[in-house]
Design a protein around this ligand. Structure first.
Ligand code: ADP
Ligand code: ASP
Ligand code: MG
Length: 452
């Protein structure tokens, strides 16, 4: 518990605090750790959130995969290769023998711990312990490096404050309380360091915020502390107007409204975790996307101000399944749509797009775990057809219906592409189009050409 007087001084020192999150490539090598230090040390008393070094979470999941397959030999091979990589980083990162020794010991303990899993039965509880080691290693290596540089860094262990509730959602009130108590215990630190992605669940077990979840950690921390700003540092100079992995000549968008960024993140702009914007919106904390490789680049600012009449960006989300239910008897009868939606709800499967007509309803989902059960239950209400391997392409910007002309621009761009569904009017910020996954690249390129 924090008393009144302490609460006031805590408020004063939190007032100008920022949260700076660095993704996998930003901490992908010894050299990159050194560049991150050059950014965070002069920035002052802030909370720094790190992902695992790039490739680590993939390797840890690969190790887990081999354990599930009862193939400890392969798991040991991947562990050995990863250990090699980390020992190399330690060799390069430190100049003083005692710091190098300390880091090496930590790395050895971690890899011995990973090896211990090859000897017992393996379940998802163990998998979560295995994947948590990435962020635990990156933060330990970086903290030790900062200490070698004479920085008074205070670790805020994510496993002691980042908590999920019984629904598996972050428990913001408890996160806030625990974080404030941790900060309150170390008011003199130069900066604070914590792990992204990892957390504990309601049973007290180690858990995580799903792939790419370090962005979400940063946003939750920023919201909990009512930070001045949440900075997401990555390997590109902000959110681009189209997917740079697919389209050439994309450019950075300088400013986005929270809702525009939320749509883009949810519909596939990989630079942001799908739900990362939500805590920032609720606490009205601006988010800035910045480039670790080019720290002076302007990046993208995301806040609650809005630019009228501008189409901002396009994003795409793969692995979508479209389901159509046709029923001449029941469609548009009161309660029909409710019954359809209830089936999805009963399998905890969320729906992304919906289009209705006089004779049928089409919906899309991306979680296909219960697809067969859902289709089975839907057949009670009509004939059901399923299209696999689809892709939602989402165009985001000022799409208020009073603005004439932007729909025409979008649809004209797609004149040569087979479009399965179109959804518009659900918000003022987007038009979503469903196409075949094999047409994704052509769709994104055509939209870039016509819109930007
Ligand atoms: P980090 O490891 O820092 O979390 P990510 O790989 O998760 O970084 O996200 C950054 C990558 O997202 C970029 O390198 C880029 O390839 C990809 N990306 C996809 N869509 C976009 C977009 N619209 N704008 C910027 N980057 C994007
Ligand atoms: N390390 C985790 C991942 O690769 C979390 C993150 O990087 O955001 O998914
Ligand atoms: Mg990421």
């Amino acid at each position: 518990m924090i008393d009144q007087k302490k609460a006031v001084s805590l408020y004063l020192f939190l007032r100008n605090m920022k949260v700076l999150k660095f993704g996998g490539t930003s901490v992908g090598s010894a050299l990159r750790f050194k560049s991150v230090a050059k950014i965070v040390v002069p920035a002052g008393k802030n909370v720094v959130v790190l992902s695992a070094m790039s490739g680590t979470t993939n390797s840890l999941l690969e190790i887990a995969g081999h354990m599930y397959d009862r193939n400890p030999e392969e798991a040991r091979n991947v562990i050995a290769a990863l250990r090699n990589k980390y020992e190399g980083v330690v060799q390069e990162l430190y100049t003083k023998a005692d710091y190098q020794q300390k880091a090496l010991e930590f790395i050895r303990e971690t890899f011995d711990y990973l090896l211990s899993f090859t000897k017992s039965t393996f379940r998802d509880t163990q998998e979560r312990l295995v994947v948590a080691q990435g962020e635990l290693m990156s933060t330990f290596l970086f903290a030790t490096y900062l200490q070698e540089q004479g920085v008074n860094v205070q670790m805020l262990p994510a496993l002691s404050f980042m908590r999920l509730n019984s629904q598996g959602e972050p428990d913001l009130e408890r996160i806030r309380e625990s974080l404030l108590a941790l900060l309150n215990d170390a008011p003199d630190a130069d900066l604070y360091l914590t792990q992204g992605y990892i957390c504990t669940n309601v049973r007290g077990e180690v858990d995580n915020l799903k792939r790419g979840g370090s962005d979400y950690s940063a946003s939750l921390i920023g919201a909990a502390l009512r930070a001045e700003e949440i900075q997401i540092w990555t390997d590109i100079d902000g959110l681009h107007n189209n997917d740079p992995r697919v389209v050439d000549d994309t450019t950075a968008v300088r400013h986005l409204h929270f809702n525009e960024a939320a749509e883009l993140a949810y519909f596939g702009a990989k630079i942001l975790h799908p739900t990362c914007i939500l805590p920032a919106v609720a606490a009205n904390v601006p988010v800035r996307l910045l480039n670790t490789m080019e720290p002076s680049a302007q990046g993208t600012l995301i806040d609650n101000s809005f630019d009228k009449g501008i189409i901002k960006a396009v994003a795409a989300k793969d692995n979508i399944v479209a389901i159509k239910v046709k029923s001449s008897r029941m469609l548009l009868a009161p309660g029909f749509l409710r019954k359809v939606f209830e089936i999805f709800e009963s399998y905890r499967t969320s729906i992304d797009m919906v289009c209705t007509s006089e004779v049928g309803v089409s919906l899309t989902i991306d979680d296909t775990r219960y697809l067969n059960d859902i289709v089975h239950d839907l057949k009670k209400y009509g004939s059901v057809s399923v299209d696999l391997d689809m892709c939602i392409v989402c165009v985001v910007g000022d799409m208020h219906w009073s603005n004439a002309g932007f729909e025409t621009k979008v649809m004209t761009a797609l004149k040569d592409i087979s479009v399965r569904m179109v959804s518009y009017g659900g918000s003022n910020y987007n038009i979503s189009i469903l196409v075949r996954e094999e047409d994704k690249a052509a769709t994104l390129k055509a939209l870039s050409k016509s819109l930007f």
